[in-house]
Ligand binder design. Structure first.
Ligand code: FAD
Length: 437
């Protein structure tokens, strides 16, 4: 048996939530040697959303590269460079995968057999991508088929982009990863085709009207979109490199590179049978405490009570990863000092950026929708949005091309659940309705 390393606090996972938790530990007061972050990745916590945006840009002047996007730069904070952790006496144990967990004994075991002991644990393992090989899709293991979750994935993709200059790329999946990667590849001058089974992109959030704008905009940029069919297999050449995507409708889309973005699932397997689960995640309270004392779960893996909607939910977005991490650390410290802490009261917030476009969404996309604004894809500066109204109240709001103040106003009406008397009037007022509050 290897040596046992003991820490007061261990964070398992070194992604977005881990980085924001480290900053909060420091703010709350931490002694050198108390905190360790154990991560499978080889680098310190960074802002993961950069991987599908600036990171894929081949123009060296525009490309996002570390140390540029270490946390907490994505929310306007300072970049925490590896030196910062060292100065604070926070151990970054990188390139280390935990393969076994015994919460009862408070131990973690790495793939190399190292043993770590904790008093308090924060689980921040995030998500992993869903792979087509999991469904035994024919040829899905061909070379140059990529997924995008970690820096290492992005590096492999960037290498191949450089080798296949001006080639053809097929993006499988019409979610935000698919849309962002398609844009990045078009900017890199690739011939881009998107394939997804749904009738419109981002179907879980976008209304048909919102989606129609982005699809037209993408087509105007030269991106081909094939909807309503799925990839059922892949052709490869003699070197095993992907050459085409076979579609269910019989067509074949030619490809030198394929990027697959068909969803993610939370990494909870290590804790199976040791913690209560809910809705596919680790069940927590409003302080991110799990069913086991001294064990917290944050970010993508946590299913927590969403006060605003009076139900438990799991959220796979960066803003929640940051805020839940801060809440958990505050709760740990409050527990130690006997201080009071308010329960987490989260307003869902999600955004995406591609080309010159940028949208934000706040709240819940349920109920009736009211669309407003200029959604002409050829406008020099399109600006439009949608409200979601349930039981006579605004519960969600979407805005493309908004200013920070306008986005703030939308967050506010969604948070306050502002009452709406007349939907026609709301449509007429559009953005100015929100700005009144
Ligand atoms: P992660 O950031 O995924 O971190 C988990 C970490 O745990 C990883 O470092 C992983 O290697 C490590 N880990 C897992 N298992 C183990 C183990 N057994 N041992 C050791 N380490 C382990 N959200 C938005 O709101 N807007 C966006 O524009 C956006 N863009 C995105 C683009 C991409 C390409 C991706 C992949 C996600 C994007 N997201 C976006 C989602 C957002 O990044 C995640 O919700 C967020 O990163 C979750 O934070 P987390 O800390 O829970 O998990």
């Amino acid at each position: 048996l290897g040596m046992v390393k003991s820490f007061k606090y261990i964070i398992i996972g070194g992604g977005v939530a881990a980085g924001y938790a480290a900053r909060e530990f420091d703010r709350q007061g931490l002694k050198p040697g108390q905190l360790a972050i154990i991560s499978k990745e080889a680098v310190a916590p960074y802002e993961r959303p950069a991987l599908s945006k600036g990171y894929l840009n081949l123009n060296p002047k525009a490309a996002a590269r570390l140390p540029g996007f270490y946390v907490c730069v994505g929310s306007g904070g300072d970049r925490l460079l590896p030196d910062w952790y060292e100065e604070k006496g926070i151990l970054l144990i990188l390139g280390t995968e935990i393969v076994k967990v015994n919460l009862g004994l408070k131990t973690l075991i790495s793939a190399a057999g190292e043993i770590f002991k904790f008093q308090t644990l924060i689980i921040a393992t995030g998500s992993t991508v869903i792979r087509l090989t999991d469904f035994k899709v024919e040829g899905a293991d061909a070379k140059n088929i990529f997924y995008l979750r970690e820096l290492e994935d992005a590096d492999k993709l960037v290498e191949t982009i450089k080798m296949k200059k001006n080639g053809k790329v097929v993006i499988v999946g019409g979610g935000y990863i698919g849309l962002e990667v398609a844009a990045a590849m078009r900017i890199n001058n690739f011939d881009v085709t998107m394939v997804y089974p749904e009738p419109w992109c981002m179907p879980r959030l976008f209304t048909p009207t919102i989606a129609a704008f982005y699809e037209s905009y993408y087509k105007n940029k030269g991106i081909k979109i094939i909807k309503g069919t799925v990839a059922v297999g892949f052709n490869a050449n003699a070197n095993g490199e992907v050459k085409g995507v076979k579609l269910k409708d019989g067509r074949v889309a030619e490809a030198d590179i394929v990027v697959i973005g068909v969803g993610a699932r939370p990494l909870t397997t290590l804790f199976k049978g040791q913690l209560d689960e809910d809705k596919g995640g680790i069940k927590t309270d409003g302080f991110f405490k799990t069913s086991m004392p001294g064990v917290y779960a944050v970010g993508d893996v946590a299913t927590f009570p969403m006060k605003l909607y009076n139900e438990s939910r799991r959220v796979e977005h960066v803003d929640h990863a940051r805020k839940s991490a801060e809440q958990a650390v505050k709760a740990i410290k409050a527990n130690e000092t006997g201080k009071e802490l308010e329960e987490y009261d989260y307003l869902p917030y999600f955004y995406s950026r591609s080309f010159e476009l940028s949208w934000q969404f706040y709240g819940d996309n349920v109920g009736e929708t009211v669309f407003f604004g200029d959604n002409n894809p050829l406008s020099p500066k399109p600006k439009f949005g949608s409200y979601w109204i349930k039981d006579g109240k605004i519960v969600g709001a979407f805005l493309e091309g908004g200013t920070p103040e306008e986005n703030k106003a939308l967050a506010k009406v969604s948070r306050l659940k502002c009452p709406v008397e007349n939907l026609d009037q709301l449509k007429k007022e559009g953005l100015s309705f929100a700005s009144k509050f």
